[in-house]
Write a new protein. Structure first.
Lengths: 112, 110
């Protein structure tokens, strides 16, 4: 089992460009999450999907959109990247909400 | 409002010394508390959760509802314990009540 996978590992964007971060899990988990990690801020929840077909905003959703494509895949889209979105992005999944989360390796995004 | 507070950004201890990483939370109701660890060049992984009351890699954490704390402890630190530790809280309703602390970087000095 690969667990939670994320692509790409690294990305550099110019301000205003768009991109999609991909996440997939092979553990048959119902819930999936996107976090961003910034120095001194810990992990902050951007969006989550409690189950296939549902998505909800987390603590810092502005500037992002998500799609729960199927049970396995949960993507994060930046429509118009801004320097403030420079961060490390983590995808995670869990059996259901409130259970242990399994994390992906992260995507390091730089917006210039 | 800060839900999870980890007051120490950095903590250094000598090998064999006791370790305590502090975590305080603010939440009314019955939260679920977790400790996650991130070793160098590895992904974040669960260390322990309060509901299981396990001891993992010699670490324990007790939920103190009176003091709203969930401190992580180990009696004898090992070099391989050097890592970033995050305390996390999950509220009762939905993942929009999921909060992580800012993390404590533990360094165990040989």
């Amino acid at each position: 089992n690969a667990g939670v996978t994320q692509t790409p590992k690294f990305q550099v964007l110019k301000t205003g460009q768009s991109m999609t971060l991909q996440c997939a899990q092979d553990m048959n988990h119902n819930s999936m999450y996107w976090y961003r990690q910034d120095p001194g801020m810990g992990l902050r929840l951007i969006y989550y999907s409690a189950s296939e077909g549902t998505t909800d905003k987390g603590e810092v959703p502005n500037g992002y959109n998500v799609s729960r494509l199927n049970k396995r895949e949960f993507s994060l889209r930046l429509e118009s990247a801004a320097p403030s979105q420079t961060s490390v992005y983590f995808c995670a999944s869990s059996v259901v909400i409130r259970y242990e989360q399994y994390f992906g390796p992260g995507t390091r995004l730089t917006v210039t | 409002a800060q839900r999870v507070t980890q007051p120490e950004k950095l903590l250094s201890v000598f090998k064999g010394a006791p370790v305590e990483l502090k975590c305080n939370y603010s939440y009314s109701g019955s939260p679920e508390l977790f400790w996650y660890v991130q070793y160098s060049r590895q992904r974040l992984q669960l260390l322990l959760r309060h509901i299981s009351r396990e001891s993992i890699k010699g670490f324990t954490a007790d939920l103190n509802k009176g003091e709203t704390s969930f401190h992580l402890k180990k009696p004898f630190a090992q070099e391989e314990d050097s890592a970033m530790y995050y305390c996390a809280l999950s509220g009762q309703t939905g993942a929009n009540n999921l909060f992580f602390g800012t993390g404590t970087r533990l360094t165990v000095i040989p």
